[in-house]
Structure formats: structure tokens, C-alpha cells
Unconditional design. Structure first.
Ligand code: GLN
Length: 306
């Protein structure tokens, strides 16, 4: 990699440690997520050439939450191919990630696989085709990042289970339209489990590096075909940051996916994958410091995907 990434990361960490992120605060609708200290921060860049740069708490596991939706989508692509797109659309929603309004208006067909409705439908499809739907995302991520010990954090899982009525409502609404194949509780369990996986920023950056490498994983094997990889990147660019996706494309300009645990993964195809983590969120549910950090990175290297 041609830039001085170590110096860039240092500048970013220094900025983030002192910057004012206004009203940003941690997700508390899943109570277990609010236990994480506000000032935790990590950022890891994995070059397609194998170089890696990290700063902050790069080896401290945190809740991956909706970043898991990227990997669940890849699993569904593997099992369904193009058939997948009969069940979920590919348009930005312009709504909150857990909104029900659009889902009702659009007859239970989710706008995209990255809002909760779409991810719950993807979890339903995975439940139909995979032997162990509650574990398939964790096993896949373990394989991708090279750590066989990737696990679901049971406290977070329990918290999601106990406070998951909105997600159940989304699942029941889809069921009422005949757009969910498996029992609601089975589907939301698989979905909550994938969201509750704990991983470090280093592991996440490694796990999504295949998106920058035409679908080739760390072990040199093809994870999904190159054209399917481009499709995931396109969906991340257009739908990965929910109703903040336009602003994010404008200020940062790379395919990315956030989670309410405060993580964001992103890629510049052919160059690197990155994971940044800071738990306080903006009003759209995206990490406030994470977005700032990515913006600084992209400015420092002078390129985005545009
Ligand atoms: N588990 C969270 C939820 O379903 C995931 C949301 C997110 O990270 N945006 O609400």
C-alpha cells in the first residue's frame, strides 16, 4: 500500500479522541449494547496486498450487529443465486433501518437486504437452506477472518431476544403477506444470533477483505464469485448506511455497512478493506466517530470509489 497508513491512523485516532460528536449516543434499545464505554475506538485497514494497519482497541471484541447482514447476504447468494432477488429488492429505503411503514405499503417485500426487514427475510431464506441457521453466520465469519472461535455473545443475544418486539413485528408483517416461509420465532432467533456475534475490528476488516479482492478470501479461495461481490459492494454503497447513505456517499464515497454496536466496515475494491469502531451513534444509527474517521481516511489518501 502506497500511503503512510500508520501516520494517517494516528492522526485519525487523535482527532476522534478530542472531537465533539454532539448528541451522538450509544444504542440503548438493546440494553446490553449500552454497557460499552463511550471512548472505545479502533480502526484497522487490510490491504489487498496483505499489509495490515491498526490503531486503538483493534483486538477487543464488540457486537457486530448489522455488519452481519453483509455476510448473511453472501450466504444467501451462495444458496439461491439470482433467485434471491425475487424475495428482496435492491433499492435504498430512505427510512429508518427498523421502519415498518414502507414494508406495509410494499406488501411485505423488503426494499433491500440491509434494512432489518430485508435481513430478516434473508435469515428466513437461510433457515430454509442451511442445516444450522443459528450458527451459519458465525461459522462463515470464523472461516473468513481465520479465527475458529468466533461466537455469539449470549448477553447481547438475550438482550436482543427480550427487546426484539419491533423485529418480531416486522417478521409478522411479512408473514401476514405470505412473505416469510419459516416460523417467526425461528427466523428472528437466527437473525438475533447473527447480530449478536462478537468480533474485533481486526477480525471484521479481515473478514470483509474478499469484497476488495474480487471475492477471494484470506485463504486464497473464492468466497463468492467476483460478480456477486460487486453486487454486494453496490448494495453497500446504496443501502449500507440506511437513511444516511446519501450523505455518506457524498462525504466518504465508499461501499460501507454499519451496525448499532458502533462498527462500520468499508472497502475500496482493489485497494483495502477497513473496519472502524466507536460505539456512539448518530440519529440514523451509524457510528458518529466512525463516519468521521472514514472521511478523514479517504481525504488523506485522496481517493474514494468515485
Ligand atoms: N440487531 C439490531 C436490530 O435488529 C441490528 C440493527 C443495526 O445494527 N442497525 O435492531
Amino acid at each position: 500500500m502506497s500511503h503512510n497508513y500508520a501516520a494517517i491512523l494516528e492522526q485519525i485516532a487523535e482527532h476522534v479522541a478530542t472531537a465533539d460528536f454532539g448528541t451522538a449516543r450509544k444504542a440503548d434499545y438493546i440494553p446490553a449494547l449500552s454497557d460499552v464505554p463511550d471512548d472505545h475506538f479502533a480502526m484497522v485497514i487490510c490491504g489487498t496486498d496483505g499489509e495490515e494497519h491498526a490503531i486503538g482497541m483493534a483486538d477487543l471484541p464488540f457486537s457486530i450487529q448489522s455488519m452481519s447482514k453483509v455476510f448473511a447476504l453472501a450466504l444467501a447468494q451462495r444458496a439461491y443465486g439470482d433467485e434471491l432477488w425475487q424475495f428482496v429488492r435492491r433499492e435504498p429505503s430512505g427510512s429508518a433501518f427498523n421502519s415498518l411503514i414502507q414494508l406495509e405499503q410494499e406488501n411485505g417485500i423488503p426494499r433491500n437486504p440491509f434494512i432489518n426487514a430485508g435481513a430478516i427475510r434473508v435469515a428466513d431464506l437461510i433457515t430454509s437452506r442451511y442445516a444450522n441457521p443459528d450458527r451459519s453466520a458465525a461459522e462463515f465469519l470464523a472461516q473468513l477472518c481465520g479465527n475458529p472461535n468466533i461466537r455469539v455473545d449470549n448477553d447481547v443475544y438475550l438482550s436482543e431476544h427480550l427487546h426484539g418486539d419491533r423485529n418480531r413485528a416486522i417478521a409478522y408483517l411479512m408473514k401476514s403477506f405470505g412473505k416469510l416461509d419459516n416460523p417467526v420465532e425461528d427466523v428472528v432467533r437466527a437473525y438475533f444470533k447473527q447480530c449478536s456475534i462478537a468480533m474485533t475490528a481486526r477480525e471484521m476488516a479481515r473478514a470483509c477483505r474478499f469484497l476488495a479482492c474480487k471475492g477471494i478470501g484470506l485463504d486464497g479461495k473464492q468466497v463468492i464469485p467476483a460478480d456477486e461481490t460487486s453486487r454486494i459492494n453496490a448494495l453497500m454503497l446504496t443501502c449500507g448506511m440506511y437513511d444516511g447513505v446519501g450523505d455518506f456517499a457524498f462525504t466518504v464515497g465508499i461501499p460501507a455497512k454499519s451496525g448499532v454496536g458502533g462498527g462500520i466496515i468499508g472497502v475500496i475494491p482493489g485497494e483495502f478493506s477497513v473496519c472502524v469502531w466507536s460505539p456512539r451513534l448518530d440519529q440514523r444509527g451509524n457510528s458518529a466517530a466512525g463516519i468521521r474517521a472514514l472521511e478523514m481516511l479517504i481525504r488523506a489518501i485522496g481517493r474514494s470509489v468515485f
